[in-house]
Design a binder for this molecule. Structure first.
Ligand SMILES: Cc1ncc(C[n+]2csc(CCO)c2C)c(N)n1
Length: 222
């Protein structure tokens, strides 16, 4: 599935992309070598992460210029806070961790740095700044999910993998790609890479990619 032209350029110009999408944590999900306590620790942190990412997508609604942008951002908020998070709640419940405990999880610095970076991109900038910071998360998990579904050698983490490899999630990535391409064209015209803003947007994408690596590293250290 194609995630849009802008994403393809941002991804190919983010030097840390392979270190994110092929991280040791990701390989451990695919071959089943990721320790279960590291996975649960990651899910607890990721529950808090999703709460803040819902806030960031809600901010995208207020930063939108068109009703299409608003609808897509609103749909993502709903998908995050009511659907994606359900996987975390269910998996943790099976390990005896209830949602109140999840909500009270003490945030690790790597988690805090990433989510607040994204929220600040949106607060201090416009929708493009926010989308450049959000894109590695959305599309990265789409790419990781479909790569792992095709290459996995263990079913230990199949439910996690299937969530992001699913046709529904791949459609989300496609739709966000369309949103980003449209938002870029609307604001920067049809030669966006010639815009004086391009380098800063690329840098935001690269920074968020780096922060994703930090999140995986944190996941390996319960
Ligand atoms: C560290 C971290 N990065 C990315 C995702 C995936 N994700 C977070 S928000 C979102 C948007 C659309 O649902 C997606 C896919 C995650 N869970 N945790």
């Amino acid at each position: 599935m194609k995630y849009g032209n802008t994403f393809a350029v941002w991804r190919d110009n983010a030097p840390a992309w392979p270190a994110y999408s092929l991280h040791k944590f990701v390989r451990g999900l695919g071959d089943g070598t990721l320790p279960h306590d590291a996975f649960l620790h990651y899910l607890k942190q990721d529950y808090v992460f999703l709460i803040h990412f819902s806030r960031a997508w809600a901010l995208a609604i207020t930063k939108a210029d068109t009703v299409e942008e608003m609808r897509l951002a609103a749909g993502t908020v709903n998908g995050l806070i009511n659907e994606e998070i359900a996987l975390h709640i269910k998996t943790c419940a099976e390990a005896g961790i209830d949602e109140a405990t999840l909500f009270a999880t003490q945030e690790r610095q790597e988690n805090l740095a990433y989510t607040r970076y994204v929220l600040d991109a949106g607060h201090s900038g416009d929708l493009l700044d926010l989308l450049a910071a959000l894109a590695p998360c959305v599309m990265g998990y789409g790419e990781i999910g479909s790569h792992l579904a095709a290459t996995k050698t263990s079913d230990s983490y199949a439910e996690w993998i299937n969530t992001y490899a699913s046709a529904e999630y791949q459609q989300v990535c496609h739709d966000v790609g369309v949103l980003i391409d449209g938002a870029i064209a609307r604001r920067l015209g049809n030669d966006p890479m010639a815009s004086p803003r391009w380098a800063a947007l690329q840098a935001r994408f690269a920074m968020a990619t780096q922060l994703e690596i930090g999140f995986w590293d944190m996941g390996l250290n319960p």
